[in-house]
Design a protein around this ligand. Structure first.
Ligand SMILES: [Zn+2]
Length: 205
């Protein structure tokens, strides 16, 4: 695993069938949020996106959608993109393959229209990729806030993004409780800085 905020260039070469960033000559980035919907956190994210008139992609957990259907409906209503992040967030490295695929399928039954999948913890074996890539576009990231990690300060979370972003970047943040305090500080600032630099926010995959 890597712990910088920028995915090392070698990684996409090793895993070329995963999407690590989008190829574009335009100043576009893709904001993505994992692990929701979460009461309080997701509404804050949605409010911030709305204020800034931008769209993002939410990689939702099936069990969170079932617990918080109203928040999920709001994500949809506000025309953000939705991706499958599994039902209960199993670790692809330690979960038996059958159980792992069943968990993903269970989420897919709740959101049948999505073609996007992001592996929980970003952990996925090559043989899992082989099967899943037939069903989904598997979306990773090239810039991560480390917003969910305790030692990451809110300022560091902001700099992790703005110091590493490039044309076509897929930015990973989390609408979960661990990230909330950092997001409250960093998300509006990230959006402001990227807008000032001329970036726009895409949800076209
Ligand atoms: Zn996750």
């Amino acid at each position: 695993m890597f712990f910088g905020a920028k995915t090392p260039k070698i990684v996409p070469l090793l895993f070329p069938s995963l999407v690590w960033s989008n190829s574009t000559i335009e100043k576009k980035v893709w904001l993505t949020f994992d692990d929701g919907p979460t009461p309080e956190v997701t509404p804050f994210v949605l409010d911030t996106l709305k204020k800034n008139n931008i769209k993002a992609t939410f990689f939702c957990l099936g069990e969170q959608i079932e617990k918080h259907p109203n928040i999920f409906q709001r994500i949809k209503k506000e025309e953000h993109s939705i991706g499958n992040h599994s039902y209960s967030h199993p670790n692809g490295f330690t979960t038996c393959t059958k159980k792992y695929f069943n968990d993903i399928e269970k989420c897919q039954k709740i959101i049948p229209n999505t073609k996007l999948f992001r592996p929980p913890f970003g952990k996925i074996y090559p043989w899992q990729i082989s099967k899943l890539k037939k069903l989904y576009k598997i979306i990773m990231w090239d810039v991560i806030g480390w917003d969910f990690k305790k030692p990451t300060s809110k300022e560091k979370c902001y700099f992790n993004i703005v110091n590493n972003v490039d044309k076509g970047s897929i930015i990973l943040l989390h609408d979960n409780e661990k990230s909330y305090a950092k997001l409250q500080y960093a998300l509006p600032k990230i959006i402001k800085t990227l807008k000032e630099r001329g970036f726009t926010f895409s949800t076209i995959w």
